[in-house]
Design a protein around this ligand. Structure first.
Ligand code: ADE
Ligand code: ZN
Length: 317
């Protein structure tokens, strides 16, 4: 089944073997982030963020990001993804310096164009700031986003440690991105409860929420999300792997869907969570007994909520 994915972190999708190979080429010792089988090793969300950042260390040039983008898109396409919206981080691409960011972006776009020609997969970028890097750094990231906004960089978002600071601290950056014509999303309701989602909607005026699963703790909020058509970028395998949810059965995606919330399905950081888009679909089918009709609805919701132009959307729908 063709799949539309809205929530994928480019560095978080880096195959561990690719990062290990690059580290070896560069003489960088990050062996501590891998387990004996060669997979990323971490215990809990705090360590996950540290390992994630360590894994970006060997990525030091636009050419590295060209290779990363090709590798990630080949893997996504192999699992039936026809459209991928990916979080891109100027923080890791030249330290949020605008001139450097433009070079990295050029390399990623070149790789995306080649992947589209080779595998038919369409990529669009969402520039993301990182919450625990703080509001000042986020401003520099927002400038990078605003300066490169267009029909390829189509969105702006925030990821990282949801327990660091509050959404209002980042309002300036989101205002700047909105004024540049970018569409907005924020990670919320993954580690914070319903108030984190309410704060992001009110203070950042986002139209999509990354995760948002803890909305389930407040049914009034769930109904509000449904009524207002707020789209949730739900990443069930990520939530189970990081311990947001006890297991697949306990995951709220089924209850959110049944109550009318616009849910979509993504992988977040697939190799970190031993998942792929096919795996997510398979696990959801077996856990909730969902048939092809439900998955068609999820895909249509994702295509309609994608931050692309109408011509591109028509190719995906
Ligand atoms: N960055 C990459 N994956 C993330 C997640 N699941 N939550 C917050 N920030 C992230
Ligand atoms: Zn994420």
């Amino acid at each position: 089944m063709p799949k539309v994915e809205l929530h994928l972190h480019l560095e978080g999708a880096a195959p561990p073997a690719f990062i290990r190979g690059l580290a070896k080429e560069r003489g960088i010792d990050i062996s501590g982030i891998f387990d004996a089988a060669g997979n990323y090793r971490y215990d809990g969300f705090g360590e996950f963020l540290k390992v994630y950042e360590a894994a970006t260390e060997p990525l030091r040039s636009p050419q590295d990001y060209y290779r990363l983008t090709r590798a990630v898109l080949a893997e996504s396409a192999a699992h039936g993804v026809i459209y991928s919206e990916t979080f891109l981080s100027p923080d890791f691409c030249g330290g949020a310096d605008l001139a450097a960011w433009k070079e990295y972006l050029h390399a990623m776009q070149e790789a995306a164009a080649e992947a589209e020609a080779a595998d038919g997969i369409i990529l669009r970028g969402i520039v993301t700031c990182i919450r625990h890097f703080g509001p000042d750094r986020a401003r520099a990231v927002a400038r990078c986003a605003a300066e490169t906004a267009g029909d390829w960089i189509t969105g702006f978002g925030i990821a990282g440690d949801e327990l660091a600071g509050k959404p209002a601290d980042f309002a300036w950056s989101f205002d700047m991105a909105r004024e540049a014509g970018l569409r907005l999303t924020a990670h919320a309701g993954e580690w914070q409860g319903p108030d984190g989602i309410r704060d992001a909607l009110r203070d950042l005026r986002v139209e999509r929420i990354g995760h948002g699963v803890r909305a389930i703790e407040d049914l009034a909020l769930v109904d509000e999300l449904a009524e207002n058509g707020v789209v949730l970028e739900v990443c069930p395998g990520s939530n189970v792997a990081l311990g947001v949810c006890r297991d697949w059965r306990a995951h709220p995606i089924g209850r959110l869907f049944d109550r009318g919330v616009k849910v979509t399905v993504s992988t977040d950081d697939p190799p970190f969570f031993h998942t792929t888009m096919s795996h997510e679909f398979d696990r959801l089918a077996e856990t909730f007994d969902w048939d092809a009709g439900v998955f068609a609805t999820l895909n249509r919701t994702a295509a309609e909520a994608a931050f692309c132009d109408e011509e591109t959307r028509a190719r995906v729908l």
